[in-house]
Ligand binder design. Structure first.
Ligand SMILES: C[S@@+](CC[C@H](N)C(=O)[O-])C[C@H]1O[C@@H](n2cnc3c(N)ncnc32)[C@H](O)[C@@H]1O
Length: 416
């Protein structure tokens, strides 16, 4: 049974330490460090410990994550203390240690984000934290909304300049930026504020956080937080699920945090992109047979803040066997490819959702048959836009879309 609270008798204790070094370490944490037989940490952190911490000092290798199981095994049976910067459970080594060692005793220190919010007077609950450590800068684009406050965890000294460039590129050049370095330490320093448009600071300390107050340029396209982005947000060749149908489709796909989508026949990538924008933990794989479109999907994903969208250039169903098991499948193209619908259905776990859209009678016949076999909901979505008719206004009807949506039932294999 998992203990409700961290177990102080656990073999591994993780101790948070800040830029203020030993001086800022509270007595409970000091005691754990003194008593440890093995002290694991980055070379910089180990140097912060006084001689009274007499355990064997072992510097982390780089990259650290793959080395964790071996290091813990090599010192098993001994009392291990691991040094972590700030709060070990906030984008820290605490994650890897709890995954590998199970019960871990964590002694936190204020995180750099707590220091930053204290310095700025920003209530932490009103701030969005985005990490760029080991992740592409483009992911910041998904968090840009007028008036929003962001704290960006930097990868290194070059991150502030990259953040400024991204803000300018995505129509947020008027945003105000500050860079907070070495928070809580003797070398603490803040640069800015300045707008991203005017940002000209030299690269500073690699240990920094970028604070951003988002301001959208007056001529920039407004992108909301829910699906149904304007079609103009996408680079496309016409193969794009249009805004109103897209919003309705994401509604029935119903993404939840942490879920994985297969988007079959990616086109411009809009369904997978908007799935991923609903929560930073949502993942998606899109399959697109046309390599030009596949590259375009990558550009759209990057621009709209979901650069980790996995684009598979190839034909469904042939490529599906290699993909990780999905929580939901969307079929926007390739429905008439032999075996495609059945392969998607087979791949879905119990409780998974499948949604398929089509504008052709041939594919509609397949969906009607699937609806008869598996149940679910078959709907026709028709959107018309008001357009000028001479001096008057009339409706221009877009091609109606037939949509089948179904949830796989654990017992019978089908449900609604
Ligand atoms: C109507 S578009 C989908 C639009 C997309 N949902 C969007 O919003 O951008 C259909 C796409 O499916 C692709 N496609 C068709 N058959 C395919 C197959 N068997 N495997 C992979 N892609 C396929 C086509 O190249 C086309 O780009």
């Amino acid at each position: 049974m998992t203990p409700a609270r961290p177990d102080p008798s656990a073999a591994v204790t993780v101790v948070g330490i800040g830029a203020d070094g030993w001086e800022g370490v509270p007595e409970t944490s000091r005691a754990a460090l003194r008593e440890a037989e093995v002290l694991l940490g980055g070379p910089r952190q180990l140097d912060l410990l006084p001689a009274e911490c007499a355990g064997e000092r072992v510097a982390w290798p780089s990259p650290l994550r793959p080395a964790v199981p071996g290091l813990l095994a090599a010192h098993s049976g001994r009392r291990i203390a691991v040094l972590a910067s700030g709060d070990p459970m906030f984008y820290g080594i605490g994650r890897a240690l709890t995954e590998v060692a199970g019960a871990v005793h964590v002694l936190p220190h204020p995180s750099s984000v707590s220091y930053a919010s204290a310095r700025l007077g920003w209530p932490l609950e009103d701030v969005e934290v985005v990490t760029l450590v080991g992740r592409p800068t483009a992911r910041l684009a998904a968090a840009l909304h007028e008036g929003r406050r962001l704290l960006v965890l930097s990868a290194d000294a070059s991150t502030p300049g990259e953040v400024a460039a991204l803000l300018r590129d995505r129509g947020f050049g008027p945003s105000r930026m500050r860079v907070l370095e070495q928070l809580g330490g003797a070398k603490e320093r803040t640069t800015g504020p300045a707008t991203a448009d005017d940002w000209a600071e030299e690269s500073g300390d690699p240990l920094n956080i970028v604070a951003v107050e988002c301001r959208r340029a007056p001529d920039a396209l407004r992108l909301g937080a829910v699906p149904g982005l304007p079609d103009a947000a996408y680079e496309h060749d016409g193969q794009l699920t249009k805004r109103h149908i897209r919003a309705a489709t994401l509604g029935v796909l119903a993404p939840a945090p942490g879920e994985l989508l297969w988007d079959i026949g990616g086109g411009s990538g809009s369904i997978a992109i908007e799935w991923m924008r609903t929560h930073p933990s949502c993942r998606a794989v899109t399959v697109e047979r046309d390599p030009v479109r596949a590259e375009r999907i990558g550009r759209n994903a990057d621009r709209l803040g979901v650069p980790t969208l996995q684009v598979v250039t190839g034909r469904a169903p042939a490529v599906l066997a290699e993909l990780p098991s999905p929580d939901a499948v969307f079929i926007g193209g390739g429905l008439t490819a032999p075996g495609l619908l059945d392969a998607c259905w087979e791949a879905l776990p119990a409780g998974g959702r499948l949604v398929a859209n089509t504008v052709t009678l041939e594919s509609e016949a397949l969906l009607t048959d699937a609806y008869r076999r598996f149940g679910g909901e078959l709907v026709k979505l028709a959107v018309a836009h008001a357009v000028p008719v001479g001096a008057f206004t009339g409706w221009r009807q877009a091609m109606p879309v037939t949509q089948w949506a179904v949830q796989k039932n654990p017992e019978s294999g089908a449900d609604r």
